[in-house]
Design a protein around this ligand. Structure first.
Ligand code: NDP
Length: 308
């Protein structure tokens, strides 16, 4: 282990982590950013990003992340292609152990993000980006005049379905039970939308199609009977999982594993700050994560000025 005590270590290389790095580096804090197993985060899985301000023609998700990485490096961020295995926040300086090294640091910014949950169907990942998506806001536009299905029955599924009716000719919601988990108001809104239909007690058992999706195979939850349902898109909205496992209970998390934040950026441990989807199951946008990264870096700067 290197004895040097760093000012800040940022864990995560999505929009939250990289934006925090740009701000921290420009404040001459000399941040070290640990990029993780999937550098760039969720945007690496998307194609065109059309809602990030500043790119009127849109930009490919991986290109946006490459630009943010370059910008963070330009001001001196050290980016480590390593994966965090464990942390020790019980004493200062904090310890961070990766698969290759161990770091000591005065502050930490947790920006590991979250991942959409998938149904884990045999052909789901193969057809991802070819009609299968977990983000209507990102991809809905590409489904103009198509008939699509939405998997899930929570608030997010209702919201995705309503959003999709702007583009799709018909949206069919597929819920695995009779009851919807969504709030009454969200369910009523979806039910009132003439473009949305509902099928309950149904499980999706596979996605069909060669080059692109052509349908889904459904299984009746009650009778077990299977049938194919033709559609031009499948949106999965069955929740997200934050990447907080390695924290091993060292900061406060909510029931679903999201970090609990107070005063915009603070975790339950002084000196450990939080940014982006790791604490946000509501907005989940690249731009909101980037904004949260900015706030975390500014708060780290202030913290270091008062605690050294
Ligand atoms: P939820 O956990 O609320 O709902 C998940 C849904 O997915 C449930 O219908 C669940 O079914 C279903 N599901 C889970 N796993 C599977 C599976 N393997 N196969 C089929 N269906 C499955 O997650 P959301 O993402 O909808 O919402 C997360 C939080 O964010 C909630 O607190 C929600 O209220 C909030 N939110 C609020 C919004 C708003 O107010 N505008 C918008 C979006 C989210 P089952 O019920 O059978 O378990």
């Amino acid at each position: 282990m290197n004895d040097e005590v760093l000012n800040t270590v940022i864990i995560g290389s999505g929009p939250a982590g990289l934006t925090a790095a740009i701000y921290a580096a420009r404040a001459e804090i000399k941040p070290v950013l640990i990029a993780g197993l999937n550098p760039g985060g969720q945007l690496m899985q998307t194609t065109e990003v059309e809602n990030f301000p500043g790119f009127p023609e849109g930009i490919l998700g991986p290109d946006l992340m490459a630009n943010m990485t370059k910008q963070a490096e330009r001001f001196g961020t050290k980016i480590m292609q390593e994966n965090v295995e464990s942390v020790d926040f019980s004493a200062k300086p904090f310890k961070i152990k990766t698969d290759k090294a161990e770091y000591l640091t005065k502050t930490v910014i947790l920006a590991m993000g979250a991942e959409a949950n998938w149904l884990n169907l045999p052909n789901e990942q193969r057809l991802r980006g070819k009609g299968v998506s977990a983000c209507a806001t990102c991809d809905g536009f590409f489904f103009k005049n198509k008939e699509v299905v939405v998997a899930g029955g929570g608030d997010a599924a209702m919201e995705e379905a309503i959003f999709l009716t702007k583009y799709a000719s018909k949206v069919t919601m597929l819920n695995r039970t009779e009851e919807f988990r969504a709030s009454k108001i969200m369910l009523s809104r979806a039910q009132a939308n003439p473009k949305i239909e509902f099928i309950t007690n149904v499980q999706i058992v596979d996605v069909l199609g060669d080059a692109v999706i052509s349908g889904v195979r459904l299984k009746d939850s009650v009778t077990g009977e299977e049938r194919d349902f033709v559609c031009g898109g499948m949106f999965v909205a069955i929740g997200h999982s934050p990447s907080t496992k390695f924290l091993n209970g060292q900061i406060e998390l909510d029931q679903k594993g999201y970090a609990i934040v107070k005063n915009n950026t603070e975790s339950s441990v002084e000196g450990v700050f939080i940014a982006g989807d790791v604490a946000d199951h509501r907005y989940r946008q690249a731009i909101t994560a980037a904004g949260a990264g900015t706030m975390a870096a500014l708060d780290v700067e202030k913290y270091l000025a008062h605690h050294i």
